[in-house]
Design a binder for this molecule. Structure first.
Ligand code: ADP
Ligand code: MG
Length: 681
């Protein structure tokens, strides 16, 4: 019997050392290994003419040896072997170092294939240390070679060999995971062939088919699971918030008029809250679109109906700021808000916990600190999580479990194209604020290089002299010579001592003590600091309307979505605002990205472009996005399959809600294994 759970260590060619390296990649079992998919492939199948060799890349050529191998000892431990080969389009000089065995291998006049890194400088073609085959042989060429995402010390060859051996153990005995009727209807490859061909595809058509099959399976299970989650909440009895509490009273008390988009969204939320089933709503809106106030109105409704509210945000700075805003708008209604952070002193913390339990506190705002077990509510009715891409689905579940089916409002400023949102957040209803408050001016954005430094500095001075404040964001806390980037502390020092010695400059980064961070942020808010140099800790949600200028150092190191968030820190008040993206060096892709920033202020456009340029993985950042981790699917490239699969999932759930039918047995098993405990179908 095939044991998929057997440890990788005992697979031929692995052993304890390599097993330890594989473990680092999350590969522990035979099954993990065969589902560790290539990152990309090298095509060693179709030779190029020498004239077409691409400079700086790996190339495959087929050419005749037109010299013997020459040998030259250039110093003690270095001997160079050279061979000139040619085809009808040109010549190529091939070089090996210290590999004396190549001397005997080539015969003038015979044809060979060579695969390796080549240069092509105005027709002068060279290749270094290629692998090769005699004509008609396919040992090192003539195939598509998988390239795996790797860790230090583990070579491509080693993992390739391990996977080859693993596939031999499997030897076509994998159980099918997709129902037969789906395989037939959608022309899917069977599982054994798919797994084999994704690693060692015979040709690109086979690769495409293997990939399609595996992406289909991956996305289908997630879709069905999300629909299951949604159904789970829909079938539960939630809180019916008091219909006689009119949110319009609260809305009329606000210092500004809500936009039409905000009002629409609030109507949806109000309906959800009054209905019997628990609300599970995603609130999307670009930076500065005014999401916070929407959650404050929802909190009003909940508290006035006799319930408590938990507001969970990703950073302490943001939590502190939210508390201020909530208090400003809710204290006149006699609603008591509190702040609980990781750093809250034990005595204070105890008081807060008691106030929560006896119901004195109506709204509790905090970070992950809210998830701790002894944080107990008297009657939690509404959970708001802000910037949800930072929390996992699971954490959302943990806070929700502190109430009895409370309503949930998830807010995110990561603008995800609607189609994608609909699918990824399949367990949530979606509301979108697609309009900014009036009088918001476009933030003028410029990408500039080093030569503009002095002009930029003068522009900073001009802004401060007009009474405004400035953010300077850099990617690093500490200096890093290798990357040739200055750090937060270096910039600060440079500013304080040289360029801006007449101004008040302070810095802020994530590694500082909470108390110090709060202090600096407060001083910046109070206008006591002119220039705040910071890492991206200020990325999310920080609101200082007097700040009118955002400078980003080494902007080429940031993702578009992130730059957009950073830019959103300015232009929040009445003042004309600017964003200057400084860069050191640009490749074509980063040039293109900064250009997009210059051209548009629309977060949704930016998100779409970012997806196109970089794919979803990087767009959402690493693990923290709260979306399922995909092993193979790429949500941008695979949009067509995603849409297809969404339809399939809905159909299956309608026809066989509990996946009880014999034909869906395999699906049920698959979802059980993947989401064990998390979703009940
Ligand atoms: P975000 O959606 O980025 O979280 P915020 O909720 O922080 O945006 O709102 C940004 C700023 O705009 C805040 O200062 C907020 O008070 C203000 N604001 C929100 N809605 C309106 C509105 N309708 N009119 C004017 N200002 C508004
Ligand atoms: Mg916000």
């Amino acid at each position: 019997m095939l044991d998929l759970k057997q440890s990788v260590q005992y697979i031929k060619g692995v052993g304890p050392n390599r097993a330890a390296l594989l473990n680092k990649l999350g590969i522990f079992t035979l099954e993990d290994l065969i589902t560790y998919f290539p990152r990309t492939y090298e095509d060693r199948d179709k030779p190029k003419k020498i004239i077409d060799v691409v400079d700086g890349e790996d190339n495959l050529i087929e050419a005749v040896a037109i010299s013997n191998v020459t040998e030259s000892r250039i110093r003690k431990n270095m001997t160079i072997y050279k061979l000139t080969v040619g085809d009808e389009t040109g010549r190529c000089v091939i070089t090996w170092f210290n590999q004396s065995y190549v001397k005997r291998l080539f015969k003038q006049g015979e044809k060979y294939k060579f695969y390796g890194k080549a240069t092509n400088k105005l027709g002068r073609v060279e290749m270094k240390s290629p692998v090769f085959d005699e004509e008609g042989k396919n040992k090192n060429t003539g195939k598509i070679i998988p390239i795996y995402p790797l860790t230090y010390n583990l070579s491509q060859n080693a993992i390739r060999q391990a996977i080859e051996n693993a596939l031999q153990i499997v030897n076509g005995k994998l159980e099918e995971t997709m129902p037969d009727y789906l395989i037939k209807a959608y022309n899917l490859l069977d599982r054994n062939t798919a797994i084999e061909q994704i690693h060692f595809p015979k040709d690109f058509e086979n690769y495409e088919n293997a990939r399609k099959r595996l992406v289909f399976e991956e996305l289908l299970t997630v879709q069905i699971a999300l629909l299951g989650l949604k159904e789970q909440t829909e079938n539960q009895a939630g809180i019916e918030f008091n219909k006689s509490i009119k949110i319009s009273e609260m809305i009329n008390s606000l210092p500004f008029k809500l936009t039409k988009a905000q009002l629409n969204v609030l109507e949806e939320i109000d309906n959800d809250m009054e209905s019997k089933t628990p609300m599970n709503r995603l609130l999307q809106g670009d930076v500065g679109s005014g999401k916070t106030v929407v959650s404050i109105v929802a909190a009003y409704k909940a508290v006035k109906s006799g319930y408590q509210v938990a507001v969970m945000v990703p950073t302490a700075i943001l939590a502190t700021q939210h508390l201020e805003e909530f208090e400003k708008m809710l204290s006149k209604f006699n609603i008591k808000c509190e702040l609980l952070l990781g750093g809250t002193r034990p005595k204070r913390r105890q008081e807060i916990l008691e106030g929560l339990k006896n119901g004195e506190i109506d709204v509790l705002i905090g970070t992950h600190s809210l998830l701790v077990e002894d944080v107990e509510f008297k009657n939690l009715g509404l959970v708001v999580t802000d910037e949800q891409h930072r929390f996992g689905v699971r954490q959302r579940g943990n806070i929700v479990a502190k109430g009895l089916n409370p309503d949930v409002l998830v807010m995110t400023a990561t603008p995800i194209p609607r189609t994608l949102a609909l699918i990824l957040y399949g367990d949530l209803d979606i509301s979108i604020i697609d309009e900014l408050p009036p009088n918001r001016k476009k933030i003028d954005t410029f990408a500039v290089n080093k030569s503009m430094e002095e002009r930029v500095n003068n522009f900073i001075k001009k802004n401060i002299d007009e009474g405004r404040q400035v953010y300077v964001v850099c990617p690093l806390v500490e200096e890093n010579e290798e990357l040739n980037m200055k750090s937060v502390t270096e910039w600060t020092q440079n500013y304080k001592e040289k360029v801006f010695s007449n101004y008040r400059v302070e810095y802020l980064h994530g590694k500082m003590k909470q108390k110090d961070k709060d202090e600096i942020m407060q001083e910046f808010k109070d206008g006591k600091i002119d220039i705040l140099v910071s890492t991206t800790v200020i990325e999310v949600g920080v609101n200082v309307p007097n700040a009118s200028l955002m400078i980003v150092e080494n902007a080429e190191h940031f993702g578009l979505a992130q730059l957009h968030q950073l830019r959103g820190r300015v232009g929040r008040g009445e003042y004309k605002s600017y964003c200057i993206l400084k860069y050191n060096s640009l490749n074509p892709v980063s040039r293109e990205r900064l250009k997009i920033m210059e051209e548009t202020n629309d977060g949704f456009v930016i998100a779409q472009k970012d997806l196109e340029l970089r794919g979803t993985g990087e767009f959402f950042g690493t693990k923290q996005h709260g979306l399922p981790d995909f092993k193979i699917a790429n949500l941008f490239e695979d949009m067509p399959i995603l849409k297809l699969v969404q339809g399939v999932a809905v159909k299956i759930k309608n026809e066989d809600p509990g996946l009880k039918k014999e034909e869906n047995k395999r699906l049920l098993k698959l979802i059980d294994e993947k989401f064990s405990g998390r979703v009940e179908i």
